[in-house]
Write a protein that binds this ligand. Structure first.
Ligand code: NAD
Length: 469
């Protein structure tokens, strides 16, 4: 069994608070032991990051870009090992894990390419006013278990590109890929630039409250985001909070169910539905409701469930027991409330947290499966007859990450998409993230954005240089 270490100041170290098991969700066996950091080790990691920041903040843009390109090359050189770890601890099929590693490489290179120009607001004979973007200091990155490697990259790369240093804390459910990622980064990065401390008890909240950390970038659930925001108040940490969603999709009456079923299925069940911006509630016009349900169920039953390492598997397990229990509970609640289960609807027997892709019809708002984020392989399909009512129901949620409209009429779809309360609205698509487009949520899906120029600026503060010539 491979051993994993924390990385503090460029050194591999054992966890002072012991270690814990990381399970494979496909068979519930132990993949490896994860080191458990002590709070003293968190302090050491922050101190190392601060020491590195003293010089890194003044590094040239060329040096930072080159480092990111070197890191991307190192990730690429270790791509198959990283994908293997992701499958084993996260559960997704190999092709998706490979896509995750590919995305991590592409995002690292795209972040290297970003610029941090100086804005000149005034330049006259007597005066010049410039706006510079300055790094913040030590950034704490806290990541979830669904796309663990990709999200770690989304946090770490813009932080270091803009002159900050990092302490990373991955989810205790999927820490191994990020431990390996940070080890790989440290093959080419200066000591202390990127550190990693793993462990559940106290490390995340310790980071949130740490006086040496200037910003937290967090991706995870809304309740944890709220806790982090409270903890961050003491030293007024900057925050980027990418939180939960309950994305609605609306299918207009002119859409062709046969043509869009595959696209809707793939974006609802991406990563077994465990994706923040998955389509999580589907509103379908009455006139095509039955056909849409039927076509979705046809795609659902074609999936091959199994261990993601096995050839031909298209659908893996749910990542952990709690999430598996929540999905089972939401389906049972829907059934008890008279919903029709068109595919799946029961967990598989045997080891592993397997739950087949489940399409649920004859369900409406006010049911738990519609109102709550399921974050798993089950999609409620809701009937509507009036588009204004559908938009109102789509927006009747505390969260607002993404949304979509499916139609042959792009102009009409775009008008409706503009009325959705969410950070990204797709037309004839969903869940597609781009390295150059700002991504984030509104309402209780959080604040701040990631990606592109706007995402990079979140790791900086403005400094005005006011020159009287
Ligand atoms: P989670 O909030 O339970 O955990 C996320 C991380 O926070 C983990 O590393 C965890 O150890 C840490 N954590 C837990 N308690 C903490 C505390 N008190 N202080 C600091 N850190 C703490 O989320 P999860 O279950 O890992 O992920 C699923 C959720 O994440 C879903 O709601 C999903 O929608 C959301 N998510 C959002 C996005 C996005 O970009 N908006 C992306 C992926 C996932």
């Amino acid at each position: 069994m491979q051993t994993y270490s924390l990385i503090i100041n460029g050194q591999k170290v054992a966890g002072e608070a012991g270690s814990f098991d990381v399970l494979n969700p496909a068979n519930e066996t132990v993949v490896a032991q994860c080191p458990q950091a002590s709070t003293a080790q968190l302090d050491e990691a922050v101190a190392a990051a601060q020491a590195c920041y003293e010089s890194w903040q003044y590094s040239s843009h060329e040096a930072r870009k080159q480092l990111l390109l070197d890191i991307a090359d190192r990730i690429e050189a270790n791509a198959s090992e990283l994908a293997q770890i992701v499958v084993e601890e996260q559960g997704k099929p190999m092709f998706l894990a490979q896509a995750e590693v590919g995305g991590a490489i592409a995002w690292t290179r795209a972040t290297a390419d970003l610029e941090m120009p100086v804005d000149v607001l005034e330049d006259t004979d007597t005066k010049r006013v410039e706006v510079h973007r300055k790094p913040l200091g030590v950034v704490g990155s806290i990541t979830p278990w669904n796309w663990p490697l990709m999200i770690a990259v989304w946090h770490i790369m813009p932080a270091i590109r803009s002159g900050n240093t990092v302490v990373s804390k991955p989810s205790g459910l999927t820490p191994l890929n990020t431990l390996r990622l940070v080890e790989i980064i440290n093959e080419v990065a200066p000591a202390g630039l990127v550190n990693i401390v793993t462990g559940e008890s106290g490390i995340g909240s310790g980071m949130t409250k740490h006086q040496g950390i200037r910003k937290i970038v967090f991706t995870g659930s809304t309740p944890t985001g709220q806790t982090i925001m409270r903890g961050a108040a003491d030293n007024l940490k900057r925050l980027t909070l990418e939180l939960g969603g309950n994305d609605a999709g609306i299918v207009l009456p002119d859409a062709d169910p046969a043509a869009i079923a595959e696209g809707i299925f793939q974006t609802s069940f991406l990563n077994m539905g465990q994706t923040c911006a998955c389509l999580k509630r589907l509103y379908v016009h009455d006139s095509i409701y039955e056909e849409m349900c039927e076509k979705l169920a046809e795609v659902a039953v074609q999936q091959t469930l199994g261990n993601g390492l096995n050839e031909g598997v298209t659908f893996g397990p749910i990542q952990n027991k709690d999430q598996f229990n929540l999905v089972s509970e939401l389906v049972e609640d829907a059934r008890a409330n008279g919903a029709r289960i068109l595919s799946g609807g029961e967990p598989l027997d045997g080891k592993g947290y397997f739950y087949p892709p489940t399409i649920v019809a004859d369900i409406s708002d006010g049911t738990r499966l519609v109102d709550e984020e399921q974050f798993g392989p089950v999609l409620p399909v809701i009937r509507y007859s009036d588009i204004d009512d559908a938009v109102k129901r789509a927006n009747a949620s505390d969260v607002g990450l993404g949304g979509s409209v499916w139609s042959a009429d792009i102009t009409k779809a775009a008008e409706i998409a503009g009325r959705l309360e969410c950070g990204t609205a797709w037309i004839n698509g969903h869940a597609e993230l781009l390295p150059y487009a700002p991504f984030g949520g509104c309402k209780m899906s959080g604040f701040g954005v990631e990606f592109g120029q706007e995402g990079l600026m979140e790791y900086t503060s403005a400094q005005v240089i006011n020159i009287n010539k």
